[in-house]
Write a protein that binds this ligand. Structure first.
Ligand SMILES: N[C@@H](CCC(=O)N[C@@H](CS)C(=O)NCC(=O)O)C(=O)O
Length: 209
């Protein structure tokens, strides 16, 4: 069974959500997110730069949350939540999947890291990162014009992954989303799989208490 080493609210959420949507069984091993724990030799042996998440599938261990999504889809998806490689939309599926991590999540992660490392925070740096994240939300808004999901009428894992990042955007920047993104957010968070993922995340937090 898949095993996610997960700290509440962090990036395994997007891969767990994909598992919930696909009905792929998994278990969660809660990880203490404190810098002290992540720097221990125990955790350094799990993740090469002391971050989360990590995922095991039997003897296979990997890091990088979007790579986990690609792995789960390829191995257990049976063609669901992604277009076929031969489909003309496949390239854009990959593009939006990786946009969620490499472009959209990045400035939000920097806000979190910055606030942890610098006290008092440097307001110009935080404002710059918020601006970068807002550019991404505007890009999503354009992509979603006249369509319910990023690639059109059918939902895929790139939608889930970007919706996960919108959680962080709403928390760190603003809950005031442009119209198409707001409708997308409402649609994605109405999914029963979202509710189950939120519960799995909250249960992980409880287990760490
Ligand atoms: N690209 C990596 C990023 C991993 C990452 O930055 N994880 C965050 C939590 S969501 C973390 O561990 N941050 C702690 C730090 O950067 O010190 C992924 O998608 O898995």
């Amino acid at each position: 069974m898949l095993k996610f080493y997960h700290s509440p609210g962090t990036r395994a959420f997007r891969a767990i959500w994909v598992c919930e949507e696909l009905g792929v069984p998994y278990e969660i091993h809660p990880v203490d997110f404190s810098v002290e724990y992540r720097k221990t030799p125990e955790w350094r042996a799990m993740h090469p730069v002391s971050k989360v998440p990590v995922m095991d599938d039997g003897d296979m261990r990997m890091h990088e949350s979007c790579a986990m999504i690609e792995y789960v889809l390829a191995r257990y998806g049976n063609g669901r939540l992604q277009p076929a490689v031969a489909d003309p939309t496949y390239a854009h599926f990959l593009q939006w999947l990786w946009f969620s991590e490499s472009t959209f999540q990045r400035p939000l992660g920097e806000i979190t890291n910055h606030r942890r490392e610098f006290k008092p925070e440097l307001p110009d740096v935080v404002a710059e990162m918020k601006g970068r994240a807002t550019l991404c939300v505007n890009a999503l808004d354009e992509a979603l014009a006249g369509r319910p999901y990023l690639l059109g009428d059918s939902m895929n894992a790139a939608d889930l992954s970007n919706a996960y990042v919108l959680r962080g955007y709403r928390r760190s920047v603003t809950e005031d989303l442009p119209a198409n993104v707001q409708a997308f957010w409402d649609r994605m968070t109405a999914l029963p799989s979202y509710e189950r993922t939120v519960k799995a995340d909250a249960d992980t937090a409880e287990r760490l208490k």
